[in-house]
Design a protein around this ligand. Structure first.
Ligand code: SF4
Ligand code: SF4
Length: 142
């Protein structure tokens, strides 16, 4: 099983097409939409968790999107958690939509799994100690 959070930017000409649904039909990929918006200029923005049986199938799906004119990038390392500042208060868990932040029991520690992070930034707004932060290292998919 191969799974990754992917950021998609759709130009206006393809923003209304159901391209993401084709990932399931054509490549047997599973997608979970974490965030989706359309701008005033009719450009689409979507963050999905994309899962496939193999990395090869995943890459085929990504290539399909790019061939349709969709800009594809990974949110790798954009969000970080400063372990020295975190007080493990748990406030961020309540707002995290992807369970990238979760509680480890019985230690009662708040753990950050960056592989599940959709970079929604809600934890940054919520964290009282500013332990959650943002890197600007979004990578375009080659
Ligand atoms: S809200 Fe901030 S201080 Fe509280 S557990 Fe989350 S990262 Fe740590
Ligand atoms: S940015 Fe924060 S709240 Fe949003 S998915 Fe990532 S860890 Fe969760």
């Amino acid at each position: 099983m191969y799974s990754k959070i992917v950021i998609l930017n759709f130009p206006p000409v393809v923003a209304q097409k159901a391209l993401v649904c084709q990932l399931t039909k054509k490549y047997d990929l599973i997608f979970n939409i974490l965030s989706a918006k359309i701008s005033n200029k009719k450009e689409g923005y979507m963050v999905i968790e994309l899962t496939s049986g193999s990395k090869a199938a995943f890459n085929k799906g990504v290539k399909y999107l790019k061939d349709q004119g969709v800009s594809v990038s990974y949110p790798e390392h954009q969000i970080y958690k400063d372990e020295e500042i975190c007080t493990h208060c748990g406030s961020c868990i309540a707002v995290c939509p992807t369970d990238a932040l979760y509680i480890k029991r019985p230690e009662m520690e708040i753990i950050f799994n960056k592989d599940k992070c959709s970079v929604c930034e809600l934890c940054i707004l919520t964290c009282p100690t500013r332990a959650m932060g943002l890197f600007s290292t979004q990578k375009a998919v080659a």
